[in-house]
Design a protein around this ligand. Structure first.
Ligand code: N01
Length: 530
């Protein structure tokens, strides 16, 4: 076994930042990654149209070495550009020498000697006192148990397991199951290419206009004088974007005309502005939420030619409180349904009965397909962690510990699993925080914690079951006091049959960061050291 101070699992934003930061702090570190390249979900999600939903310059590291010579071509960069960004980060921070790619971790076992032993599918093994899990929120794609799926004779892929060589959609009969962010993006690519496209929708997505645009390199370079200040803003309330702020007022603290004007301005800015950049109570108060939904609905319906299709894509009554499923960003998604070659199937009225060799059979029809795309999402937050056989004290399994629900302290530590910390993990701010922002403040926090342990000669850090229960109760209260608890979303674990229903992401990144900082200021409250 190769020995290090720290083993990091996963080469996305979190793992790479930690590698850089811990190496600078003098620790010996090895980062292990199952895929052949860096970038985590960006390496894996190579389906047509894959693109980030956070605009430049939010979705990148604040390290000057990384942004100084990097120029983006679009306001919302596509997947290939993001992969190139990770290669750039690798180069400027010289990360690769401490990374093992193509190495899937199969098991991590904590021994009585206070060290983790890590085994992989290549036969390579690692040993370290500290294990940092940076598997991200979307490491485990979810394929529903669709009857007959194995019988399909055409080409079938999950969006997160798309073949590197791509799939030719031109002139073919394409079916897409799922209308979350991945589904929306594939629909936009498939509609103009396919001979016929069938979109199987179970729940309407409340997609927001991306307002994509090309970026001018000279203007971007000039804007960099402000980057240090902008990046500081990501850590100042409200929110974690450097340039999205919301009003310190509720939707009904203003008159109708003022409310419309605020909604309209956010709509025009695009991206997440309409989700998190209007009034303070949109995700808390039913009436405020309904006002946002109605504005969204009317905007979308105006773009659709057929009122029957509009009833399915933008129903008069909200299918769930607006914004409690993560809004996808779209570029012409709704107009795709005005095309003669695109058909929308409402799976609630026409349930899917079986996948057959030549297509998809619903209660009333068979849709003949050459290509079937499964845009059915992820076993989010926990799936990437429980897929690894992680064993803590007394050989206790993490998957078993979480079988009836997740308990963590601050979304970072689990009782019974000493010296293991999770970044961007379940019950932390995760998907309610811009990825790189969270990677940096959690990564800095972990680095300071490990330095503190080293300074005090501690070899062991762990939390208690009591702290885990308290954090879970705190999140349950947040689910109740916001509108999130009402929706069957992956935020709630509710997209996976049988998964315990609980709020898995802390829905306020400012409050979450404060919790981390106050824990640290109180001598790492809730953690025990030896
Ligand atoms: O997955 P999802 P996703 N029969 O879980 C449907 C990030 N992301 O990959 O809503 C029929 O959102 C399911 O239907 P329903 C982003 O954070 C970001 O699209 O459960 N349908 C839903 O429509 C995002 O939120 C970007 O009724 C079934 C869809 O599949 C997250 O990843 C791009 C079904 C799953 O939607 C996940 O997005 C892509 C079944 N049995 C992803 N099971 C960007 O940055 C599931 N569905 C832009």
């Amino acid at each position: 076994m190769e020995t290090f101070d720290v083993v990091i699992v996963g080469a996305g934003f979190n793992g790479l930042y930690l590698l850089h930061s811990l190496r600078n702090a003098g620790f010996s570190v090895r980062l292990v990654e199952a895929q052949s390249g860096l970038g985590g979900v960006w390496e894996a999600n190579r389906y047509p149209g894959a693109r980030v939903d956070s605009h430049v310059p939010n979705y990148e590291y604040s390290l000057e070495a990384c942004w100084r010579d990097w120029v983006w071509s679009e306001r919302f960069p596509g997947r290939d550009e993001l992969v190139r960004y990770f290669a750039h980060v690798d180069r400027v921070l010289d990360l690769g020498r401490d990374i093992d790619l193509d190495t899937r971790i199969e098991a991590c076992r904590f021994g009585d000697d206070g060290r983790w032993r890590i085994t992989t599918d290549t036969g390579r093994g690692y040993e370290a006192p500290i294990l940092l899990m940076c598997t991200g929120f979307g490491a485990k794609p979810y394929t529903p148990d669709l009857p007959g799926l194995a019988d399909f004779a055409g080409t079938c892929h999950h969006t997160a397991m798309w073949p590197e060589a791509g799939v030719d959609l031109a002139g073919r009969r394409v079916g897409i199951i799922g209308t979350g962010a991945s589904g929306v993006q594939v629909v936009q690519e498939a509609a103009p290419r396919a001979e016929h496209l069938v979109v199987f929708q179970r729940t309407a997505v409340t997609a927001l206009p991306m307002q994509q645009r090309q970026l001018d390199a000279a203007a971007q370079t000039a804007a960099k004088v402000d980057y240090p200040e902008l990046f500081k803003r990501r850590n100042v309330p409200p929110g974690n974007f450097c340039d999205i702020t919301r009003l310190d007022a509720g939707a009904f603290d203003v008159n109708d005309a003022e409310r419309e004007a605020v909604f309209e301005a956010a709509w025009r800015k695009g991206g997440f502005n309409f989700w998190i950049g209007t009034f303070s109570d949109i995700l808390l108060d039913e009436a405020a939420n309904r006002a946002a939904y109605d504005f969204w609905r009317d905007k979308v319906r105006a773009r659709l030619d057929d009122p029957a299709i509009a009833d399915l894509l933008a129903p008069w009554e909200p299918p769930y409180p607006f914004g409690t499923k993560r809004p996808s960003l779209e570029q012409g998604y709704y107009e795709c349904f005005n095309r003669p070659n695109v058909e929308l199937v409402d799976l609630r009225a026409r349930p899917l009965e079986r996948i057959v060799a030549n297509g998809v059979r619903t209660r009333d029809a068979t849709f003949e397909l050459d290509v079937l795309v499964l845009a059915t999402g992820f076993d989010a937050n926990t799936g990437g962690l429980t897929a690894i056989d992680i064993r803590g004290r007394d050989d206790g399994s993490l998957a078993e510990a979480w079988s009836s629900g997740v308990d963590t302290h601050l979304g970072m530590a689990v009782a019974g699993f000493p010296n293991m910390l999770m970044l961007y993990g379940p019950q932390s701010a995760t998907a309610f925080c811009n990825g790189p922002t969270c990677a940096e403040f959690q990564g800095d926090w972990v680095t300071r914690l490990l330095e503190d342990m080293r300074d005090h000669g501690h070899g062991l850090v762990e939390t208690t079951a009591e702290m885990g229960r308290a954090w879970t109760a705190h999140l349950a209260e947040m689910a109740d006091t916001t509108l999130f608890g009402r929706t069957d979303s992956w935020y709630m674990g509710a997209n996976i049959p049988g998964k315990p229903r609980q709020l898995l992401n802390y829905p306020n990144s400012d409050a979450y960061r404060e919790k981390l900082w106050s824990c640290e200021a109180a001598g790492y409250e809730g953690f025990m050291f030896r």
